[in-house]
Ligand binder design. Structure first.
Ligand SMILES: Cc1cc2nc3c(=O)[nH]c(=O)nc-3n(C[C@H](O)[C@H](O)[C@H](O)COP(=O)(O)OP(=O)(O)OC[C@H]3O[C@@H](n4cnc5c(N)ncnc54)[C@H](O)[C@@H]3O)c2cc1C
Length: 526
């Protein structure tokens, strides 16, 4: 190990989707982190099949949606989605509450890595965190094993984005309470006989089982299965390659032996009661199901995000992980720059731990509905009746999307005031006329700076915020589509509304100064 100890402001461990997104956010905030990744290159192991939820529109607020859309087989709102074994039909709603971006996870990681490079960031690949010691309450020293030799790294902040088995979380002694269920998932990417593929729908017509529906979990008496052509998420995949997965409750199942094609075929036979001929396995895996959440997302200089902070066992982890990164990045950057108001960094745990609890709630409910007992059957039937109504469908759609989460924006001096209906939610993507031309809110947010939109005729709200013109982008604007539903809106760098007034308020700047101090720090001139 070298004698000299390298120093850094922020070290991120893990360059999966969460770590890459956090690094992008920090770079946008003017802080270039050291990113350590144990793997020599982005893994080809198939994992997620894309994003669903609020992160899809939020990617547009960073200019990342278009580059990803070109790689995706689908990007946009969906007419229906699944909730465990049930279907949410959004077609009766004005707008679908759920957006999807279907692309292989490795493609998403490549795009995020490209963006990081454009911003001047790098990833130290082949560098593994192997040890950690605290230097008082405010810093940590890391031991890193790397191809050129081990070294030490002293850092003010350490962000653990190192996945479900997070070494950072374990070394920091942060608890990860929750449950491990007895449900075993088996997943394979395999070839199926072309003559079983139903032209037009992509369903599989299996002798003895009939047509197997695709792209949705299907419950049977002994478990559930999900089948879909790989080409539905990966444009380059051959049409006879399918993702086949099963779920069965198997207490005490041996998870140590390597997974085989025979095991997948046997599981599918038990679930559908017939044989699907499968060959040429490209990838096979067997997963237990954990539903856990770190008991704290911040412990002094150590922060957790993504799978290191939560695992749901049902899906939606990418949505939650990237929203963690969006929430944490600007706060951490402001802290490192010395401009963060008191409590800003602590609001990361407050906001995202609560969001993680909502995700645990809905994923555990999906798991419960998928069970095989009479109680789950009754719950499925009853919830199925409720899903004939629009509001329950919308409610569950927003819950899955993560858009039901409303951050508490009550800053100092604002307690007791009823929050504006926009406060704490993602700012709507209004099309606006500003002094600089026509723009959309999503485009204005791309530099990841706070934005104050003043919709008053005389620009008096922007004038009241003149002392914050650095870092806040102050804009006098007119909505070109829809209405702003406000006289003025202060948007945080992560796209969430920190404060809003009106419409038609007697003093449209009432409460603005307190909000600016709470989220953006002190003004340049007092
Ligand atoms: C089969 C499968 C299918 C899935 N499908 C979906 C899906 O459809 N939708 C969805 O939302 N999610 C899905 N997921 C979950 C999704 O893949 C994860 O939620 C996501 O990868 C989490 O991202 P992350 O960046 O938080 O962690 P990870 O992707 O796990 O990244 C962590 C990174 O940290 C690195 N690392 C770990 N320890 C160290 C160390 N000590 N030093 C240096 N580097 C380290 C790892 O090498 C890794 O690159 C699926 C997962 C699997 C396994």
């Amino acid at each position: 190990m070298g004698e000299e100890i390298e120093t850094a402001s922020v070290v991120i461990v893990g360059a999966g989707p969460t770590g890459l997104m956090l690094a992008i956010e920090l770079c946008l905030g003017g802080v270039t982190p050291v990113v350590l990744e144990q793997l020599p290159e982005i893994s080809d192991i198939p994992k997620g099949n894309g994003f669903f939820g609020l992160i899809v529109p939020v990617l547009d607020y960073r200019g990342l949606l278009e580059p990803l859309r070109t790689e995706a087989t689908y990007a946009g709102p969906v007419p229906r989605f699944f909730f465990g074994p049930l279907t949410l039909d959004f077609s009766g709603l004005d707008t679908s509450p759920l957006q999807v971006l279907a692309a292989p996870q490795r493609t998403i990681e490549h795009k995020l890595a490209e963006r990081l490079t454009e911003l001047g960031g790098t990833v130290r690949r082949g560098h593994e965190l192997t040890g950690l010691s605290r230097d008082g309450a405010d810093a940590v020293t890391l031991v890193v094993t790397a191809p050129g030799g081990d070294y030490q790294l002293h850092t003010r902040y350490l962000a653990g984005c190192d996945g479900a088995h997070s070494g950072v979380r374990k070394l920091a002694g942060i608890g990860f309470p929750g449950v491990t269920s007895e449900t075993i998932a088996r997943i394979g990417r395999v070839r199926v006989p072309a003559d079983l593929i139903v032209a037009g729908t992509g369903e599989l017509d299996v002798p003895g089982a009939g047509r197997l529906r695709i792209m949705q979990p299907v419950r049977t008496a002994s478990g559930s299965y999900s089948i879909g052509p790989q080409a539905s998420v990966d444009k380059d995949a051959p049409r006879d390659v399918y993702i086949v997965s099963t779920q069965e409750e198997q207490p005490g199942a041996d998870l140590t032996e390597p997974m085989t094609l025979d095991e997948l075929a046997g599981s599918l036979r038990r679930v559908i009661g017939a044989d699907l001929p499968m060959s040429d396995p490209i990838w096979l895996t067997r997963l237990g199901s954990n539903s856990r959440q770190a008991d704290r997302y911040r412990d002094g200089p150590i922060l957790l995000a993504g799978d290191a902070a939560h695992v749901f066992g049902v899906g939606g982890s990418l949505n939650a992980g990237l929203l963690d990164a969006l929430n944490l990045g600007w706060k951490l950057a402001a802290d490192v720059r010395g401009s963060a108001p008191d409590g800003l960094l602590d609001s990361y745990h407050a906001e995202r731990h609560a969001a993680g609890q909502r995700a645990l709630l809905q994923t555990r409910a999906q798991r419960a509905l998928s069970r095989g007992d009479v109680y789950a059957e009754a719950a499925r039937e009853l919830l199925g009746e409720l899903l004939c109504f629009r509001e329950p469908v919308r409610h569950l759609g927003e819950l899955i999307a993560g858009s039901d989460v409303r951050y508490d924006m009550t800053g100092p001096g604002q307690a007791g005031q009823p929050p504006h209906s926009l406060a704490g939610r993602l700012a709507p993507d209004l099309r606006l006329a500003t002094g600089d031309g026509v723009s959309r809110v999503a485009e204005l947010m791309r530099p990841a700076r706070p934005v104050l939109l003043d919709f008053t005729d005389d620009g008096r709200v922007a004038a009241a915020a003149a002392g914050w013109s650095d870092p806040v982008t102050l804009l006098i604007a007119k909505p070109l589509t829809g209405t702003a539903a406000a006289d003025a809106v202060l948007i945080r760098p992560d796209g969430y509304v920190a404060w809003a007034s009106g419409p038609g308020a007697a003093d449209p700047a009432d409460g603005l100064e307190a909000a600016l101090r709470a989220w953006c720090g002190q003004p340049a001139q007092v």
